[in-house]
Design a protein around this ligand. Sequence first.
Ligand code: APR
Length: 250
Amino acid sequence: MTESFEKAAEIILTSKLTLALTGAGISVESGIPDFRSAEGLWSKFDPAEYATIEAFRANPQKVWEMLREMGEVVNRAEPNPAHRGMGELELMGYLHCIITQNIDNLHQAGGSKDVIEYHGNAGTLSCLWCGRRYPAADKRNESLPRCECEKILKPDVIFFGEAIPEDAMNRSFQLASSAGALLVVGTSAAVSPVNTIPAIAKQNGAGIIEINKEKTQLTHTVTDIFLQGNAGNIVPQLVKAVKQKKELDA
Ligand code: APR
């Protein structure tokens, strides 16, 4: 076991409250592109034109071009070894809550029970005009899903310019301020306020373990242990290191 994995395992085993903050990078090996890598979604769809609440209100038909393309990929996606590894850590009692920026439901599909969805979830659609809500599955064969009131529906994901769900925001910051360890997996930490969570955890004494295929703005400022590589490889290795260290310390 390399020294970095040994140290990361030590941080996790000695932490009474361990959180994870995940981003699109953890789902790339499930076939869902991330946003800011070279082939990311924003290289194809300008977020200013497709991912703001103003853009949706002004031209929902156009925004649904992107949403349909994302939806087809998300609907086909299965949890990968990174999602399942985090589900296993929770089952072992070494991961207590995942704060995810993703809307793909893959943490839950990978076995995680306590998941805070910071940017909502694509599983339901809502009407901005009359407030009715529908399961996305019920509208899957409509290329432009409409409400009974005839308006075009919006997925319950947070667009730029929309507020983060209050309970998600409050619980995340409350947990971050008392965490003993924070796993940061597959996020560029480019978007606020979620990108302040690692600094809050760090300020309160948490050990920060970052898993990413490349360095980020956290790596040289907040991160204590940087495990570079694809999450689908690194997370299972980390789970193995925790198990080995637990046996050694037993
Ligand atoms: N394993 C580990 N890390 C990976 C992998 C992988 N297989 N593939 C990509 N990454 C890394 C990238 O290097 C990058 O640092 O994951 C990160 C993904 O960053 P972004 O594309 O910016 O995604 P994310 O951080 O989740 O974006 C945050 O921005 O556009 C909004 O609402 C959107 O929730 C999203 C938010």
